[in-house]
Design a protein around this ligand. Sequence first.
Ligand code: AMP
Length: 282
Amino acid sequence: MIIFHLADDINQFIKTNRKSGIKTGFVPTMGALHKGHLSLIEQSKSQSDLTICSIFVNPTQFNDPKDFEKYPITIDNDILLLEKAGCDVLFLPSVKEIYPSGMSHLPHYDLGYLESVLEGKYRPGHFQGVCQVVHRLLQITEPDILFLGQKDFQQCMVIKRMIELTNLPVAISICPTLREEDGLAMSSRNMRLNKDERNTAVEISRILTMMKQQLQPGSVIQIKADAAEYLLQKGFKPDYAELANADTLALIDEWNGKDKVVALIAAYLNDVRLIDNMLIHE
Ligand code: AMP
């Protein structure tokens, strides 16, 4: 695996490869890699000739400075995992490489409704930061296909919108959420959970499954209220337990029995914020 630290160097390398008709896949991450990330690498390897991964903990997407400070960093292990997974190129930039003119005058993206609901509502500014970093990374790596995880359901929609707004010539491939054996969605933030918290964390996926099983045409208000109540009972501080239209993310109080629906939860377990979602009617 070739490791690049400088934007110009990796861009030059990729331009040279593209000239010979090579199809490139890109997997942006914030490191602290787990099997979920590696499944994206695997997908990229199966759909492209050259797989590029980036590891960059992007300061502009953390609305909570404590979350940024505590974000796990395991770079040596990440490199080993990527080599084992057969990743071809790793981009490991500094903040200065990503934001050479500083972070105070970065672009603003018109994300509309997506920025006012769920993660947009509870993490103000977060999606602007996500767009800023992914936009810049796409300009540097110029991939044919961008691989994203369904684990960050709303983020996939936001990045799709940013790509439409910026007319970048890149396709998006959304990969399913990888889970631990008991159902807990894999996440870098799980590393911050102690043993008891880890055992409790699985309740999020259980409650999502329950929401899925309970969904029937008609009112869904009680399902959402019960889910929030269960989270509280299990010791979480929920930001939301919602059901939404999976194409638009419009929150629903009633289901017509036809529309694609997604159940989404964000909740704190002490000071660790966990998110997960499940598509209900695919
Ligand atoms: P992150 O490092 O958390 O920014 O995640 C980098 C990419 O990996 C994003 O596209 C995530 O949606 C994806 N990802 C994170 N966790 C999982 C998972 N459990 N299964 C599949 N993809 C994931």
